[in-house]
Design a protein around this ligand. Structure first.
Ligand SMILES: NC(=O)c1ccc[n+]([C@@H]2O[C@H](COP(=O)([O-])OP(=O)(O)OC[C@H]3O[C@@H](n4cnc5c(N)ncnc54)[C@H](O)[C@@H]3O)[C@@H](O)[C@H]2O)c1
Length: 309
């Protein structure tokens, strides 16, 4: 009887939690979710020297956080620092770090811990792309993409997660991509590294939950193309359904997702539908849709990040 009772209690507990989850989601569908206060948090942004990383730094500058900016490019990182100070940040620390190298990440992470303190919001944003047919991608570029886009996330978690666990407080933000949700022709090494980043972040999200570290939050961001120059030259057939996104729009959504502790953020919304379609459409129908939307052509005019200096 007691084991039957236990099974019953388990089932009822599950139903209770399940229904609560649904009701809460419904409630917050109508009422905006409360936003957390991040004042005084130590926010580390990798790849802060340009694009999304820089804009994130400028948005966080207004939220009274302590900013720690990493980039491989010291000059552009310094520029972000100046801009962040102008935008209202009083505490900004810049570090030149090659996120493609584990030892460099550990070295700079130790420096941050000594000079600034324990990072409480970690934003893995630095990213690189090659943009060639698979067989034309030099091995070093494949390695670089995995090192920067995926492995760097692992090493930064190793460096900063222990103090988050000790304090049961922190937020892990993974900038993956729509290319971390669906494969894209001529983006093989990039997609593989972004899938890896997504899988890693999602696994640690589940692991922290399972271990009872409910104070550690995760946000995984998957945007379609953004006008930052990283995918310069790329275009889509249907800009209404799949537009090339404005960086400001993307960054506002990311900040919002962090403050509302949202786990998944796919941009634009159409991506949620793409994933749904992918889960059941017959392959031939899916391929026909890809052809119709000229998905195979998006990379045709790819130029990539053009150096400004
Ligand atoms: N732009 C897009 O269309 C798009 C779409 C989806 C996801 N993303 C992702 O968003 C993130 C930011 O991209 P972005 O569009 O701002 O690109 P970006 O090229 O403007 O910025 C990337 C930044 O990362 C830095 N960086 C590159 N290699 C580094 C390394 N080894 N160590 C440290 N820093 C390094 C660069 O110097 C640069 O400042 C990337 O992870 C990217 O994959 C971008």
């Amino acid at each position: 009887i007691s084991s039957k009772m236990k099974a019953m209690v388990d089932l009822l507990t599950f139903f209770g939690k399940f229904i609560c989850g649904l009701l809460e989601a419904l409630f917050y569908f109508i009422v905006p979710r409360p936003k957390k206060n991040v004042e005084g948090e130590i926010v580390l942004i990798t790849g802060a020297g340009s694009g999304i990383g820089r804009l994130l730094a400028l948005r966080f500058a207004r939220l009274k956080v302590i900013l720690v900016l990493w980039d491989i490019n010291s000059e552009s990182n310094q520029e972000t620092c100046e801009l962040a100070k102008k935008a209202g940040a009083s505490n900004v620390y810049t570090y030149t770090c090659n996120c493609g190298e584990r030892q460099d990440i550990y070295r700079v992470a130790d420096q941050v811990k000594k000079e600034v303190g324990d990072v409480t919001i970690l934003i893995n944003n630095a990213g690189v792309v090659t943009g060639k047919d698979f067989l034309e991608i030099p091995d070093e570029c494949v390695e670089r993409s995995f090192d920067v886009n995926a492995k760097a996330h692992i090493w930064t978690y190793k460096a900063f997660l222990p103090s988050m666990i000790a304090n049961n407080h922190g937020h892990l933000v993974c900038i993956s991509s729509s290319a971390g949700l669906v494969g894209v022709s001529r983006l093989s090494e990039y997609c593989a590294s972004k899938f890896a980043a997504f899988g890693f972040a999602e696994s640690i999200f589940l692991e922290t939950f399972a271990q009872g570290n409910t104070g550690i939050k995760t946000t995984i961001v998957c945007p379609f193309f953004v006008k930052t120059g990283m995918f310069e030259g790329c275009s889509t057939r249907n800009p209404l359904v799949l537009p090339i996104l404005e960086p400001d729009y993307v960054v506002n959504k990311i900040i919002n997702a962090i403050l509302e502790e949202q786990v998944y953020l796919f941009l634009p919304r159409f991506l949620y539908f793409v994933l749904f379609l992918k889960s059941f459409l017959p392959t031939k129908s899916g391929l026909a849709l890809c052809e119709y939307m000229r998905i195979f052509d998006v990379m045709n005019k790819f130029k990539g990040q053009v150096k400004k200096d």
